[in-house]
Design a protein around this ligand. Structure first.
Ligand code: HEC
Length: 106
């Protein structure tokens, strides 16, 4: 499946760092937060309050388990615009992002 809105810069940055240590470095965390704002934000709204995709605010995700959100990020939603991010994110990173969303992105 194609990920249309993904910027080349983002792609390269992710690939370059995917072989790095498993622990999330501050640098990697910053890349993921930028991803959230730019790539996820292109569908979910720059402030994640919704757009083409639903809001990803802590209030909107309150009743959704962390694992459910993580899986949605990794596998996307078939037959919707939500793409799978598994090629670009490790399980750990997807879970980290899911936690950011549930707690509110700073
Ligand atoms: C091309 C548009 C698009 C992009 C880019 C995108 N999403 Fe989505 N996303 C959607 C759509 C549309 C849905 C709703 C799918 C449905 O109808 O179930 C969705 C659903 C979700 C959900 C489930 C929300 C819920 O309430 O169940 C999460 C979590 C999510 N996206 C996270 C992300 C994250 C994190 C990123 C970036 C890594 C991202 N999305 C990038 C379009 C997108």
């Amino acid at each position: 499946m194609k990920v249309p809105i993904l910027s080349t810069v983002f792609y390269v940055a992710l690939l370059a760092s995917s072989s790095a240590a498993n622990a999330l470095t501050a640098e990697r965390a910053q890349v993921l937060i930028d991803t959230l704002r730019q790539d996820c934000g292109s569908c979910h709204g720059m402030t994640l309050k919704g757009g083409l995709g639903p809001a990803l605010t802590p209030e909107a995700l309150r009743d959704k388990p962390l694992e459910f959100i993580t899986r949605t990020i990794l596998d996307g939603r078939p037959n919707t615009a939500m793409p799978p991010w598994r090629p670009l994110l490790t399980n750990e990173e997807a879970e980290w992002l899911a936690r950011q969303l549930k707690e509110g992105v700073k």
